[in-house]
Design a protein around this ligand. Structure first.
Ligand SMILES: [Zn+2]
Ligand SMILES: [Zn+2]
Length: 234
């Protein structure tokens, strides 16, 4: 942009009390309540359908639980995902995980709190990261989300689990994901006092196999009740 135009734009923006930090992340329009403008916020449709009582999978007809839990009930006390994994939520999550906008953790934390977590102030257990992803990114999106929840809403953060090396779930077929993590999630050492009931926090809920593995370990550690929570469901 030429200097005259860019100066004029800067003057206009400052007259309107708007700067680029207040541009909507998805469309770039001015956002009165960042990070999104009202229109994009309105299009982020949460998963509001009644969910399966075990895993939270949206139920389309009037069933008691989803097809897969009828055969083998998911071991959680409840399951919840904020958004379907498409459109705006998918785009936001990828901006977040690529590290372009780490502050989105506060936005996601606010939405999780408003729609679900305000019901019960339970400790948060982050799904343990793969060290390979951590080395590539240099930070951990799920851990950062838990920290936002903890800082903004007073939840205690309890990283009870850690993950032994295994291929990244993302690189595997649906079938291979089901078995890849078996035995690869273990309790952290030197844990004091195990909570009775927790939220298990993840970013993407795909087959549920990561959460299932974590829940098995948490239960063997003495946690009685685990509520699975994710940002999106694929
Ligand atoms: Zn927008
Ligand atoms: Zn289910």
């Amino acid at each position: 942009m030429n200097p005259v135009k860019s100066l004029a734009l800067a003057v206009l923006k400052s007259a309107l009390g708007w700067d680029s930090r207040q541009a909507c992340l998805l469309c770039g329009a001015p956002a009165l309540a960042p990070p999104l403008c009202d229109a994009c916020r309105g299009e982020l449709l949460p998963l509001d359908l009644p969910g399966c009582p075990f895993c939270g999978e949206p139920l389309i007809s009037r069933q008691d639980c989803c097809g897969s839990c009828r055969e083998d009930p998911f071991p959680a006390s409840s399951g919840f995902s904020l958004y379907p994994y498409r459109g705006g939520p998918r785009e936001l999550l990828s901006l977040y995980k690529q590290g372009d906008c780490k502050e989105l953790s506060d936005f996601f934390a606010g939405e999780l709190f408003a729609r679900r977590l305000s019901l019960k102030p339970l400790p948060l257990v982050p799904v343990p990261r793969s060290e390979k992803n951590f080395r590539r990114r240099g930070w951990d999106p799920v851990d950062r989300l838990c920290r936002s929840l903890s800082r903004n809403y007073g939840f205690s953060c309890r990283p009870l689990l850690k993950r032994l090396p295994s291929p990244s779930q993302k690189e595997l077929s649906r079938q291979d994901r089901l078995t890849n993590l078996r035995g690869k999630v273990v309790p952290r050492r030197r844990l004091k006092e195990i909570p009775r009931e927790v939220y298990l926090i993840d970013d993407v809920w795909t087959t549920g196999s990561t959460l299932r593995e974590c829940i098995g370990v948490l239960k063997r550690m003495g946690v009685e009740s685990v509520h699975g929570v994710s940002l999106v469901r694929d």
